[in-house]
Design a protein around this ligand. Structure first.
Ligand SMILES: NS(=O)(=O)c1ccc(NC(=O)NCCO)cc1
Ligand SMILES: [Zn+2]
Length: 258
């Protein structure tokens, strides 16, 4: 199947998923000076109060924290969104070293890692599976991580990583409220894009925050001990699980006011 290696990596995904060469692929390089300041863009509302995190799992391409799918679940609305979107999971992308690892770039700058909070349009669709392929089906919040001070809440995630070292492993992670992983400023860029891994559906309204959060080098090292491989397989370190920026193909990127 697909991966991030020499033979199965992003440059060969188009063979199994022709949409890889589509007109609204993600990630992209964001050029702030070329963004459109859309004054009609209202602040994004993030309401993560009722947060029933179910657990943390290694799905073989990243580490993800899953949320229960309930009516009053955590979600986001307003901003560029016309409907309410419900949080399904969040996961990360990172590199072999601190100088790279993010998927989106800003004026060509790469960050150490990128957190994706994946939401689906529960106002319009019955299930995530239905929404994942619909043009207005998903909304993903992107948060850049850069190395600096230790993040006071990320330890709840990094402390659990040793329990999900292998592909297919999962562990309990109760009541983790991801609001603590958002930057102080909710200034964002937004554009129409896609999943950044196969099946690469063009179903995502991307909302990428300008301000990165700080995590320590030690916290990043814990991500790099995860494995792409299963328990009995040859060990393959989980790192460089990011897709490089894709052609903008005439899309405009809007900037919010906050
Ligand atoms: N990296 S990303 O664009 O945020 C992303 C989010 C969800 C998926 N896929 C997903 O959640 N699939 C679950 C079953 O279809 C793939 C990539
Ligand atoms: Zn992602």
């Amino acid at each position: 199947c697909w991966g991030y290696g020499e033979d199965d990596g992003p440059s060969s995904w188009h063979k199994g998923y022709p949409i890889a060469q589509g007109n609204r692929q993600s990630p992209i390089n964001i050029v702030p000076s070329e963004t459109v300041h859309d004054s009609s863009l209202s602040p994004l509302i993030v309401s993560y109060e009722h947060c029933t995190s179910i657990g943390i799992s290694n799905n073989g391409c990243s580490v993800a924290v899953e949320y229960a799918d309930t009516e009053q679940g955590p979600g986001i609305y307003r901003g560029p969104l016309s409907d309410a979107y419900r949080l399904k999971q969040f996961h990360f992308h990172w590199g072999h070293k601190d100088w790279h690892g993010s998927e989106h770039t800003v004026d060509g700058k790469t960050y150490t890692s990128e957190l994706h909070l994946v939401h689906w349009n529960a106002s319009k669709y019955q299930t995530f599976r239905e929404a994942v392929a619909a043009p207005d089906g998903l909304a993903v919040l992107g948060v850049f991580l850069e190395t600096g001070e230790e993040h006071q809440s990320l330890h709840k995630i990094t402390d659990a990583l040793s329990m999900v070292k292998f592909k297919g492993s999962n562990a309990d992670l109760k009541d983790f409220n991801p609001k603590c992983l958002l930057p102080k400023s909710l200034n964002y860029w937004t554009y129409s894009g896609s999943l950044t891994t196969p099946p690469l559906h063009e179903s995502v309204t991307w909302i990428v925050f300008e301000e990165p959060i700080e995590v320590s080098k030690k916290q990043m090292e814990k991500f790099r001990m995860l494995l792409f491989s299963e328990e009995e397989e040859d060990e393959k370190l989980m790192e460089n699980n990011f897709r490089p920026p894709q052609p903008l193909k005439g899309r405009k990127v809007c900037a919010s006011y906050n």
